[in-house]
Design a protein around this ligand. Structure first.
Ligand SMILES: CC1=C(/C=C/C(C)=C/C=C/C(C)=C/C=C/C=C(C)/C=C/C=C(C)/C=C/C2=C(C)CCCC2(C)C)C(C)(C)CCC1
Length: 296
């Protein structure tokens, strides 16, 4: 069973800070959190690929690194030429990725198809929850990325559809999966905490708290355990040291994109486009990491 108590405490801290920080400051602190913890949590993907490669000789390491960079470039190109379709793919991949990180050890592997469907539905629901409570800001950013003005009804209907799908999946797993059942009530309460957070905070602040506290930090801990066989302060420092170079390359690339496009796009739009480009290969790496963990 996963312990989400730190995430809960930090979320309340984030909620409390909402009443002190003005909206502009929430955005600045939120962006700093995304650029630090958020980006770092993906910057060790090559180390994970290497670890998978050592454990599973069928994968070719240099080919994987090449594929990683290629996927980032292709995603960026697709985002430029077919932004709306790529955005939908990005949201879907993100939903699965968030759901997988959150639930991987809390649903038994016997129900593997339902498990995947549930993880996707859960992650998408959390995103839609955020969009539903901050639809005005979402519409502005989506328009800046895709040049399409989204109708707020689309967000509302998508939210209700996801709510129904999640409820059906939840009921099925509650009735059929003992591991799920033992966490289900606490997880419902966590969703209520997230709803309050998303309702009272700005879009970027709400996203940053979720992305860092509920996704990046737990993922970082899982990655450290996978890479070094446990979590200690020393192992955390080792993780940061290996991630440093990729983190710096990422920030420099983002700064270059910003200097090229900042007159036509919002910084938030560029940040999300950047996250989209690195999300696709990162999601595949983490998917493979969880596959190996499951087999152990
Ligand atoms: C290794 C490597 C590298 C690096 C990498 C990295 C650093 C990664 C990272 C990764 C990451 C860092 C990931 C992330 C993820 C994220 C996500 C998954 C997100 C999601 C989100 C979303 C989905 C959103 C949405 C929205 C909002 C919220 C609002 C507005 C609207 C929209 C819709 C946009 C490089 C490239 C340098 C090179 C090669 C190698």
């Amino acid at each position: 069973m996963k312990n989400h108590s730190i995430s809960i405490i930090t979320s309340f801290l984030g909620l409390w800070l909402t009443s002190f920080l003005q909206e502009e400051n929430q955005i600045i602190v939120g962006i700093i959190l995304i650029l630090t913890f958020g980006i770092v949590h993906g910057a060790n993907d090559i180390a994970i690929i290497n670890k998978i490669n050592t454990d599973n000789k069928t994968l070719n390491s240099s080919k994987m690194i090449f594929n990683y960079v290629l996927t980032v470039i292709i995603s960026a190109i697709l985002f430029f030429y077919i932004p709306l379709i790529t955005l939908i793919l990005f949201i879907t991949a993100s939903g699965y990725h968030f759901g997988e990180q959150h639930w991987s050890s809390m649903i038994s592997n016997e129900t593997s198809k339902i498990k995947s469907a549930f993880q996707l539905t859960y992650g998408l629901f959390v995103l839609l929850l955020l969009f539903y409570f901050n639809s005005t800001e979402v519409i502005i950013i989506v328009e800046s990325i895709t040049s399409h003005k989204l109708n707020s009804n689309v967000i509302e209907y998508a939210f209700y559809v996801l709510l129904v799908l999640l409820a059906l999946n939840w009921i099925y797993l509650y009735a059929n999966d003992k591991i799920f059942k033992s966490n289900a009530i606490a997880e419902l309460l966590y969703l209520i905490v997230l709803s309050i957070l998303f309702k009272v905070s700005s879009l970027i602040w709400g996203f940053a708290i979720y992305f860092i506290v509920w996704h990046s930090v737990p993922s970082l801990v899982d990655q450290i355990k996978f890479l070094y066989g446990g979590f200690t302060m020393k192992k955390l420092l080792r993780y940061i040291k290996t991630a440093l170079l990729y983190w710096i390359i990422s920030l420099v690339s983002l700064a270059i994109f910003y200097s090229l496009f900042h007159s036509t796009k919002l910084f938030e739009a560029l940040l999300f486009s950047f996250l989209a480009a690195v999300t696709f290969p990162h999601t595949i790496v983490i998917l493979n990491m969880f596959k190996i963990k499951k087999a152990e």
